[in-house]
Design a protein around this ligand. Sequence first.
Ligand code: MG
Length: 262
Amino acid sequence: MLKIVCKQKYLFLTLCITVMSIELLHAQQGDPKLTEVYTPVPPIVTPGKTNSDAPSDAIILFDGKNLDQWESVNDSTKPANWTVADGIITVNKTGGNIRTKQSFLDYQLHIEWRIPENITGTGQARGNSGVFLASTGAGDGGYELQVLDCYNNTTYTNGQTASIYKQSVPLANACKKPGEWQSYDVIWTAPRFNGDGSLKTPAYVTVLHNGVLVQNHYELTGQTLYIGKPFYKAHGASPIKLQAHGDKSEPISYKNIWIRPL
Ligand code: MG
């Protein structure tokens, strides 16, 4: 009896190995061309000298010379009135927020910023500014990627550097010392809305702060609000806005800003 059972097991194993071998043989004999794709052909984009430099297809939003690509949020008939000197923009705290003249939907954005070496203040009152990934109105309307000095400075974590303000805590604190240039590289997917104004698809954001992943395809729940829970209001392509925050600390600076609409 035992002999018969063993013989059946042996036969079953042999059968399994034979079937697997035949399948493997068929897979190897298939045509690899059946799974090759030749179109569409990706466009050629010449990278910058370093990964911080604009690639060939980028729109330059600030090249160190002027604010021609920007306007005042308070009065769009007036040029942006922040200070440009020595190749950098410095926030004019009394001048109000500035925004790009062009509007964007989905994009890749590179922007560099520097907290002054002599920065003072604590919490949210220490080098506060912000990059609104889509500006949806006057003042601070939109979706704010926080800019702040959090090098040895603590605050609520969903309001610290690289947070989506009051909404998403960054995955890491990658702040450099005040006085050093820092970078944000952002992949933004704009929200889409139905004809009746209801949300069709939410906004998503991925952010690298100084090369460190801090927001990973985060799904936003709405626009930034200082008080209360975020919610969506329908909008289309929007400018990018930089924040003139009213805190008393020394103004911060920006440089090397470029964007690739996607
Ligand atoms: Mg801010």
